[in-house]
Design a protein around this ligand. Structure first.
Ligand SMILES: C[S@@+](CC[C@H](N)C(=O)[O-])C[C@H]1O[C@@H](n2cnc3c(N)ncnc32)[C@H](O)[C@@H]1O
Length: 319
């Protein structure tokens, strides 16, 4: 999962050195920060080693079980065969993930539009941004061929229309194919603000190139019953809509929290057990809980420290 693929022998040796330095310094330590790790490596190697490279070695150390309790800002939880890595960091910087190593991305980015203010989607407390083409190039780089990128996006209105169109265009320009949009209808929930009563968001599916073959080809199976046949597409045909009630205020840990069952349904449609997903803007950590419940590995990134700690608490309960 960690980026080592295209590196030369000497760089690999240096990185082995980084890993050992971290291990020597911190193996018996409960907690250390990325800053402390950087200082330790720079002191020993006496040169400027890039922080993403050190970070990548830390995550690798966690995956290999070298640092099980390591690093404020990085938390790992396992359930059965599946592991979820929760990182307090910038989800737009995927430099620690190697090319073509992720089986699905599901994410819900905090976009800044006037129409987000007011009602239930007041994002004033979040750091918000708008996607750029570079974001989609990075998503494409880390995904395996044929795999799905799923973006939660709002219902279209006069103000966000252009940005939503731009998002689709950026994804296509970066090399994705548009696969489908499925509305998520929020059960009984209705927001009575703006021009139209709102009870849904869009779940937009893209694939990296032609969609992978997850769906059984029943016709071919009947013709040739001794072999399992698959055709391009999600495991089952996508439904006309997903219907799940959002978690109520007293249950949720994040104001934009998605229902667990919705994430479970989507993860099952686009991936197989033991595969690895990524949520770059994790919020409550619900995608991590859903992945663990479905036996998938997950990498979650959340920038805000308080939100990260809430997600960590939630994931701790999954052990
Ligand atoms: C819309 S919320 C995600 C909610 C999540 N899907 C859930 O169901 O709980 C977006 C989250 O992204 C976080 N965020 C903002 N900028 C970020 C960044 N550059 N990297 C990682 N997380 C970021 C915000 O703090 C916020 O918690």
């Amino acid at each position: 999962m960690i980026d080592q693929g295209r590196k030369g022998e000497s760089l690999r040796k240096q990185e082995k050195g980084i890993q050992m330095t971290l291990f020597d310094y911190f193996a018996d330590t409960e907690n250390f920060t990325l800053k402390e790790a950087e200082e330790a490596v720079v002191n020993v190697h006496n040169k400027d080693v890039q922080l993403p490279s050190i970070r990548a070695r830390i995550y690798e150390g966690i995956e290999q079980g070298l640092f099980t309790r390591v690093a404020r800002g990085v938390y790992s939880v396992s359930k059965g065969e599946a592991t979820c890595l929760l990182i307090n960091g910038d989800g737009r910087n995927l430099s620690f993930i190697k090319d073509g190593s992720i089986d699905f991305i599901i994410t819900d980015h905090p976009y800044d539009l006037i129409s987000n203010k007011g009602g239930n989607r007041d994002f004033a407390s979040y750091e918000c941004f708008r996607y750029t083409l570079e974001d989609f190039k990075e998503k494409k780089r880390v995904l395996k061929n044929g795999c799905f990128l799923i973006e939660f996006l709002p219902d279209k209105n006069e103000e966000n229309r252009k940005y939503l169109n731009d998002i689709e265009d950026m994804a296509i320009t970066a090399g994705f194919r548009f696969y489908a949009i499925v509305p998520w209808r929020k059960g009984q929930f209705k927001a009575n603000t703006g021009r139209k009563v709102k009870d849904r968001e869009s779940v937009v599916f893209f694939s990296k190139g032609k969609a992978r073959s997850l769906r059984r080809d029943v016709k071919k199976d009947i013709k040739e019953p001794e072999v399992e046949h698959y055709m391009s597409g999600t495991k089952k045909m996508l439904p006309p809509e997903f219907v799940h009630q959002p978690p109520c205020k007293s249950e949720r840990v994040h104001r934009a929290e998605k229902p667990l069952q919705l994430l479970e349904e989507i993860i099952e449609l686009v991936s197989m057990e033991q595969e690895t997903g990524l949520d770059q803007f994790a919020g409550s950590g619900v995608s991590g809980e859903a992945a663990l419940k479905k036996g998938r590995n997950m990498i979650l990134v959340e920038k805000d420290e308080t939100t990260f700690l809430n997600a960590k608490k939630r994931l701790e309960r999954q052990k």
